[in-house]
Design a protein around this ligand. Structure first.
Ligand SMILES: [Fe+2]
Length: 233
């Protein structure tokens, strides 16, 4: 049979037909549902280890997505950003409670072990199809813009942009949140510290983007601490 014997395809038949499109849509929905289930399951795991306040991680995801959109991240990067913001500390399930809950400063040996949590998180999430990129973003969420962070000592643009975003919003949230052993910082003091470390620890572009809307987002944070942004200013 020569090529001349092959009947010509009718116009438009190279694109998927309606049943194919329906099947593709179903598969996309299944993939999305599975992805959400995995995120929920890991969040439950963080809850079991008492490492997660639902509000905290949801807040980080919302702030992160806002910064990500402003910086022009593509849709797939935004999806990875959401996962990384929600699950950046998943590796802490592998850190002993005696270290996680120690109110005093950690000694060098304990701190070295604590720093392993970003690698632990990567090691777990990279096993899941579709989460490989978010796993890498989690691996680098404690890199410092000047190269003095961990685990790889990456610098500037070498650090994945998602990791740079998570780093800033996580640090800020940690500063303003109260813990059983310490009270959260007032808003203006947290802003001062963020600006002070902008360009050294933090990506200045991310800091600028976050601070452009941060104050308007603070009410629930300070309400949870029994105070208000204005009273804390
Ligand atoms: Fe962390």
């Amino acid at each position: 049979m020569s090529n001349n014997d092959i009947p010509a395809l009718p116009a438009g038949s190279s694109s998927p037909g309606a049943p194919d499109l329906l099947r593709i849509k179903q598969l996309e929905e299944q993939t999305s549902a599975l992805r959400n289930s995995v995120i929920c399951a890991f969040n439950q795991l963080l809850d079991l280890k008492d490492l997660n306040t639902g509000v905290h991680s949801t807040r980080l995801a919302e702030w992160g997505m806002r910064v990500g959109r402003e910086l022009g991240l593509e849709e797939t990067e935004l999806q990875n950003l959401e996962v990384a913001a929600l699950l950046h500390d998943i590796g802490k399930v592998g850190i002993p409670d005696s270290i996680l809950r120690k109110p005093e400063h950690l000694d060098p040996e304990e701190y070295a072990l604590m720093k392993k949590h970003s690698e632990y998180g990567w090691a777990v999430l990279r096993m899941l199809p579709g989460f490989e990129r978010a796993a890498l973003d989690i691996l680098h969420h404690h890199e410092s813009f000047d190269g003095k962070g961990y685990p790889a000592g990456l610098q500037g643009a070498e650090i994945p942009v998602v990791s740079r975003i998570v780093c800033v919003i996580d640090a800020f949230d940690a500063m303003v949140s109260s813990r059983p052993y310490r009270k959260g910082l007032p808003y203006q003091e947290a802003v001062r510290r963020l600006n002070e470390a902008s360009g050294s620890q933090f990506d200045p572009v991310v800091v600028k983007s976050f601070l452009s809307f941060a104050e308007s987002e603070m009410s629930p944070v300070f309400a949870a601490a029994g105070t208000s942004v204005s009273s804390a200013l």
